[in-house]
Design a binder for this molecule. Structure first.
Ligand SMILES: Nc1ncnc2c1ncn2[C@@H]1O[C@H](COP(=O)(O)OP(=O)(O)OP(=O)(O)O)[C@@H](O)[C@H]1O
Ligand SMILES: [Mg+2]
Length: 243
């Protein structure tokens, strides 16, 4: 594999004195979609939270490798500076500001990364999300579930990120909207964003992923090309039996 754009190397992390992750390693190649799946409570969200300093990392490395060749030590970067260095995070809940308008939500997400001016980036996103244009002046709290998720993605893209971290992007969406969401992620990826996501909708997510990781009890359990993992009989039996 060429140098990944983003990587966790033997990361252990937890909350207070409780250790949740043990020696977790994840590599995210540039322009890929990588998905982390696993049972409830496996520690999937904790991986994203450890990147954000919400969970405490006790050992290991988290690195962002810029196209310029510069490597950034994410553990040494303050969480509120992560958007400035090119990491955007869409948490599962509270991923928009409900009392701000759609337009204001996009403004808040803006970072100068890559040099594109705010208006230009916003206009580009509005072209991609015509539904949001219609609702531009409405408070985000009045959007439907699908529209909110689109706004959350658009807001993250306003920062011009090198990598998008998504926690359960399809959660709570009606089945038809789940398909739309995954199509949208493929499109976002094709237009240049690298994606690392955590998903309950494992099979669907792995099918669009270049690579996948199965996490179990806070440890790496399996990994492989997304399409292969999605149909691996052992993994299907253990993890996706319910779905
Ligand atoms: N803030 C917290 N303080 C203490 N323990 C926590 C905290 N957040 C999560 N945990 C615990 O960490 C473990 C892993 O949780 P995590 O949310 O990372 O799992 P997950 O794989 O994302 O699960 P799910 O599929 O349900 O979203 C669980 O045992 C959970 O109870
Ligand atoms: Mg979770």
């Amino acid at each position: 594999m060429t140098t990944p754009v983003f990587e966790l190397k033997s990361v252990s992390a937890g909350y207070g004195d409780v250790q949740i992750l043990t020696d977790v390693s994840i590599q995210v190649p540039a322009n890929s979609i990588v998905t982390i799946v696993g049972p409830n409570g496996a520690g999937k969200s904790t991986i994203l939270k450890s990147i954000y300093g919400i969970a405490k990392v006790t050992s290991g490395e988290i690195n962002l490798h810029k196209l310029s060749g510069e490597s950034i030590d994410v553990r040494a970067t303050k969480p509120h500076h992560l958007a400035d260095i090119g990491i955007a995070y869409v948490p599962q809940i509270d991923n928009i500001f409900p009392t701000l308008t759609v337009d204001e939500n996009l403004d808040v997400g803006y970072k100068h990364n890559g040099g594109t001016p705010l208006q230009e980036r916003k206009e580009k996103l509005y072209k991609q999300y015509p539904d949001l244009v219609i609702r531009k002046k409405d408070r985000a709290g009045t959007l439907s579930g699908g529209q909110r998720q689109m706004l959350a993605l658009a807001r993250a893209l306003m920062s011009g990120p090198d990598i998008l971290l998504l926690d359960e992007p399809s959660a709570g969406l009606a089945p038809a909207l789940v398909d739309q969401l995954f199509d949208e992620l493929v499109r976002i990826n094709e237009t240049g964003a690298t994606i690392l996501m955590v998903e309950q909708n494992a099979r669907r997510a792995l099918e669009i992923s270049s690579y996948g990781y199965v996490l179990d009890m806070g440890k790496n359990r399996h990994e492989g090309p997304g399409k292969a993992l999605a149909v691996d009989p052992e993994i299907v039996g253990i993890y996706f039996g319910k779905r």
